[in-house]
Design a protein around this ligand. Structure first.
Ligand code: ZN
Length: 156
């Protein structure tokens, strides 16, 4: 596939997630909820995760508004997260961040799934923050879950 055909395919995938976001809505069963915003662009995300005792993400949803990059990114992220452990989620966040910083190797990593459609964003430094917003929320959520686990262990 030519470079141009591929980038227009990616463009369509981003718009598709923006118009019909996956897993959008409140999650009553959430065990951790994180709010993140990006004032530079006006993006706003509320991430809901249900994490079980084995630190596996059993459900992931979000609420939010903002540019197509931020909303498509978090929509794609929730799809990838379901059924993964938080550690695997963090590895995904790391890989995605590498891709955003221009890593060609990360951009070829199939574990990123549809998130690879966002690789072109790496050429626009002001938009990178938009693409990373959902993952920032994920990293904060993982930190809080770890904190809760340590607290629970300490009180026993
Ligand atoms: Zn944005």
């Amino acid at each position: 596939m030519t470079q141009i055909a591929l980038s227009s395919l990616y463009q369509q995938l981003i718009l598709e997630h923006y118009r019909k976001p996956r897993n959008k809505g409140r999650l009553p069963a959430a065990t951790v909820v994180v709010h993140m915003n990006n004032p530079v662009c006006g993006d706003d995300i509320q991430l809901y995760l249900a994490v079980d005792a084995e630190q596996r993400v059993t459900a992931a949803t979000f609420l939010g508004h903002g540019c197509s990059i931020s909303q498509a990114s978090v929509s794609m992220m929730t799809v990838r997260l379901k059924g993964k452990t938080l550690a695997e989620g963090l590895a995904l966040a790391e890989r995605f961040t590498e891709m955003m910083h221009g890593s060609k190797e990360a951009a070829r990593d199939r574990t990123l799934g549809e998130l690879r459609a966002l690789q072109g964003v790496s050429k626009f430094p002001v938009r990178i923050k938009c693409a990373l917003l959902g993952f920032d929320a994920l990293q904060e959520a993982a930190k809080r879950v770890r904190g809760q686990a340590e607290e629970a262990a300490g009180s026993q």
